[in-house]
Structure formats: C-alpha cells, structure tokens
Design a protein around this ligand. Structure first.
Ligand SMILES: C[S@@+](CC[C@H](N)C(=O)[O-])C[C@H]1O[C@@H](n2cnc3c(N)ncnc32)[C@H](O)[C@@H]1O
Length: 274
C-alpha cells in the first residue's frame, strides 16, 4: 500500500473519508476500504456488502426520496443514447432518473461545462452515470497519461442507479478512470479533493438538503475548483443561484439558459473573470 500523496491521481481512501491517514492504490481499493469501514463502524464484523451504509452522523438527518438499499436487484435494460457522433447502448433501470433518455438538462450541462483534461471530477447524484462518464469519455483521449489525467467519482444514494453507472462504466471502458461511491450527498468526501463537481440535484429530495449540499460544496472543492449545476427555473434555479452567490462570495453566475433550464457555474479561478 502506497503512502504517496498526490493531488491529480485517484482519490485516496483518506481523502474520501476524512481520516487522512492511508492512501490506497486505486478506486477499487477505495470502494473496498469504504465498505469495510462501514462494516467496522456498524459493528457488523462480517464481509461488508459493497452497498454498506456510509452515512456520516450529520448527513443522517438528510431526507431523500430514494431507498439506499432496494430490496430487489435492478431490472436493467438499455436504450440508444446519442452523444456527439456516438450512439451508446446505455444501461438504465426502472426507478432511476430519466430512465429512457439522456435528460435535457444533463445534456445541456455536458455541452456547457468546461471539463478539464486532468484532475478529479465528482458526478454528485450520478444516476446512471451520464454526467461523469460522458464528461470523462469526452476528455479521456485528449488527457494526459498515468496519474496526470482526468479521474471521475460517480456517487449516488441509490443501489439501482449505481448498478447502472457501474455497467455503463464498464461498457465505455472507463473502469480504470472512474470510481463509484455510495453515500448521502457529500458525506463520503473530505476537503479539497475535486477540481470539478457536476450536479443535477434531486429536486424531489427537497430544497433544504440541496441548499445544505451547496453550502458544503466549497469544502470538497480544491481552492480553484469549479461547481456546475443544472436546474429548471420553475424548480427554483434562481434561488439556487442566489444561494451559490452567497456561498461562493459572488463567484457564481448563469452560464447558459435554454428551455427553462439554467446552467450555473460557481467557484473557479479568479482569472476566469467571475
Ligand atoms: C436529477 S437526478 C440526476 C442523475 C444524473 N446525474 C443525471 O444527470 O442523469 C438526481 C440523483 O440524485 C440522487 N440522490 C437523491 N438523493 C440523494 C442523496 N441523499 N445523496 C446522494 N444522491 C442522491 C438520485 O438517486 C438521482 O440519481
């Protein structure tokens, strides 16, 4: 096990969980680590399930509308997802967000967001993994090599969503570049680890947990890190913008507006003119 500390390579277990001690080799190790930590803290004393409860004490009060551990395995199917000049057989399941097509807002976010070629990206509330995986796919070939390339973390509360995200990751050949973490919003992640966060918030979870998540977003971002959010005006996009302006001390703006959807950008380098 390596104890190297790197800002551009895969997220270490310590960085993900906040214990800050041991650094693991890669995303698969991270998942194993998180699952075993969850088992240890719940006192299970047996082999942990990969979907073990990772909630922190603070996040436990957050309401959400998805069951973390669905009683049945996901019933998956595929649909043709057109993206750029590719059509991908995209794995989806009943009960996941936008199950039969790429959501208009997600597509717009992918069109507008500036995805770096290197560093670490978080797809928060990843659903089937569209934002993180398609962003990664668009950058992976133009990126660097070894640890100097873009890494993505796909994170969600839902077992079924993560089963789809995992299958899509494999289909796109991105298993070595993307990790999967189950947890409540930002609870699994420690400070300053992501250069980019993409977030299509689960509006049905309620306004309070989303505002709370936006408040905490600065913590998980690197100092110059950038947050991209998509939301509909009729679902409160403008109040999310006002909140981001407050949290990011003015460094928040609307970067695109189409068909009632706003793409919001917050944070980033001062040189970028916000
Ligand atoms: C609007 S969907 C976006 C899905 C995907 N990012 C996309 O753009 O297609 C919001 C996602 O947030 C997830 N979610 C809901 N409550 C959550 C929570 N408390 N913590 C983490 N993710 C949550 C849902 O399971 C859902 O996949």
């Amino acid at each position: 096990m390596s104890r190297r500390r790197t800002r551009s390579g895969p997220l270490s277990a310590g960085e993900a969980t906040g214990d800050g001690e041991e650094e693991l080799e890669g995303w698969d190790s991270l998942e194993e680590y998180l699952a075993s930590e969850a088992a240890r803290t719940s006192g299970a004393g047996q082999s942990p399930a990969p979907t073990a409860d990772l909630r922190g004490p603070k996040a436990a009060s957050t309401r959400h509308y998805f069951s973390r551990a669905e009683s049945q395995p996901a019933e998956t199917f595929t649909f043709p997802l057109r993206f750029g000049d590719r059509t991908i057989d995209w794995v989806s399941a009943h009960g996941v967000f936008s199950k039969q097509q790429l959501d208009f807002g997600s597509r717009l976010l992918l069109e507008v967001a500036e995805i770096p070629a290197t560093g670490r990206l978080l797809d928060l509330g990843c659903g089937t993994g569209a934002l993180g995986l398609l962003a990664l796919a668009s950058r992976v070939e133009s990126g660097g090599s070894g640890e100097d390339r873009l890494w993505a973390c796909l994170s969600d509360i839902s077992d079924h969503a993560l089963a789809c995200a995992s299958a899509n990751r494999e289909r796109l050949g991105l298993t070595g570049s993307a990790g999967i973490v189950q947890g409540e919003f930002l609870a699994p992640f420690r400070s300053g680890v992501f250069g980019t966060v993409l977030f299509n918030p689960p509006i049905r979870a309620g306004k309070a947990p989303i505002l709370e998540t936006l408040t905490r977003m600065r913590r998980v971002l690197e100092p110059d890190g950038t947050l991209w959010v998509v939301a509909r005006v009729q679902q409160g996009a403008k109040s999310l913008l006002a909140h981001l302006e407050n949290v990011f001390e003015g460094a928040a703006q609307v970067r695109a507006r189409r068909k009632g959807y706003l793409i919001l950008r917050a944070g980033g380098r001062k040189a970028d003119g916000i």
